[in-house]
Design a protein. Structure first.
Length: 84
């Protein structure tokens, strides 16, 4: 009788473990997925912020290059090839 009871307890313990353990794994995976989702959202926002900075600096560089070309054109004498 005692063996029968202990085998039943072991059987139910095994069943409970098979039922509960996957849910614990699912909960753990769900929390990891939530962390990954928040990381993806953070990186997407950071990417947008950096793209904004890059756009700003690209416009600044373009304007600086145009001003530099204008100054260079004003300072350099006109080049005419010599007829030798």
């Amino acid at each position: 009788m005692n063996e029968s009871l202990s085998s039943r307890v072991a059987f139910f313990r095994l069943r409970i473990t098979r039922i509960v353990m996957p849910w614990r794994r699912v909960d753990r995976l769900a929390s990891r997925v939530a962390v990954l989702e928040s990381n993806v959202v953070y990186l997407a926002n950071e990417n947008q912020r950096l793209l904004g900075h890059m756009t700003f600096y690209a416009i600044q560089l373009k304007e600086l290059g145009e001003r530099l070309n204008d100054q260079t054109a004003k300072q350099s004498p006109s080049f005419e090839p010599s007829n030798n």
